[in-house]
Design a protein around this ligand. Structure first.
Ligand code: CAA
Length: 258
């Protein structure tokens, strides 16, 4: 594996894991760290052995936001010229399933990192929130858009305006996170979930992710057309033949991603 300054990387079977590793700053995301995360995601995306990617923090925290110290001296022009948040756009090109495994704080940019993942599994004592308003600014890495799509305008405004922390239970009730576990088993549970996904056909997972994501972006008729095309496309795969043959032969399918 490559050498990184702020993340640790490992593979467990068909699952690629990116562990945030800047513990002294509660995994605050500086520019180098987010570059490392996205660069490694793209490497997992290109690796056929990897079918699912997990992003996790350490036992204490996921990430307490963008690095405030790095950001505080910026000017509109320095932001415009370096465009440091454009790196986040590359998340949209990842076609494999991404799961965030959240412990402790997922605040500001840390919450945005979790929201850029397809699924979130969190410890029951995890805390989510957008505290940017308390710094006199606002979310800048997708928070206003991603959260509003999930929970609607009124709830999103309440949260982003107040800048308070939300517990995992409330986040689950609002549909922001998928599952809650005891803190000591959150990584184990995430891996169990990831391994289940990794046994599905990677082609079907990819076609499903594309179609579901489109549901948030395009009119219904267009979305239905995309779904239909992806359904038809699945019939060009060996995985479709294997899946249906395994059903009639009453055995578990073995999907190869072909
Ligand atoms: N950036 C830089 N450093 C941070 C940080 C951040 N976002 N969050 C925590 N740290 C650092 C602290 O400065 C502290 O460093 P020192 O030990 O050197 O003083 C260390 O991490 C531990 O933090 P605390 O002592 O504050 O720990 P705590 O347990 O008392 O509080 C906390 C934890 C409530 C998460 C608190 O640290 C906090 O409020 N952090 C800031 C959260 C925040 O405002 N995030 C939004 C950032 S802006 C953003 O993300 C913009 C965007 O949309 C991209």
């Amino acid at each position: 594996m490559s050498e990184y300054e702020h993340i640790l990387v490992r593979t467990e079977g068909k699952v690629g894991v990116i562990e945030l590793n800047r513990p002294k700053s509660l995994n605050a995301l500086n520019r180098k760290m987010i570059e490392e995360i996205v660069g490694q995601l793209e490497m997992f995306e290109a690796n056929r052995q990897i079918r699912v990617v997990v992003i996790q923090g350490n036992e204490k925290t996921f990430a307490a936001g963008a690095d405030i110290q790095e950001m505080m001296g910026e000017t509109p022009l320095s932001f415009e010229m370096a465009d440091p948040f454009s790196v986040w756009d590359r998340f949209m090109s990842i076609k494999k399933p991404l799961i965030a495994s959240v412990t402790g704080y997922a605040l500001g940019g840390g919450f945005e990192l979790a929201l850029h993942c397809d699924l979130i599994i969190a410890a029951e004592d995890a805390k989510f929130g957008f505290p940017e308003v308390n710094l006199g600014v606002m979310p800048g890495a997708g928070g206003t858009q991603l959260l509003t799509r999930l929970i609607g305008k009124r709830k999103a405004l309440e949260w982003i305006w107040l800048g308070e922390h939300m517990g995992a239970k409330e986040a689950k009730e609002l549909g922001i996170i998928n599952r809650i576990t005891a803190p000591e088993i959150v990584f184990e549970e995430t891996m169990r979930f990831a391994e289940k996904l990794a046994e599905q056909s990677p082609i079907a997972l990819r076609l499903i992710k594309e179609a579901v994501n489109k549901a948030e972006d395009v009119p219904l008729r267009e979305g239905l057309t995309i779904e239909r095309k992806n359904f038809y496309l699945a019939f060009d795969s060996k995985d479709q033949k294997e899946g249906m043959r395994a059903f009639v032969e009453k055995r578990r399918p073995s999907f190869k991603g072909e």
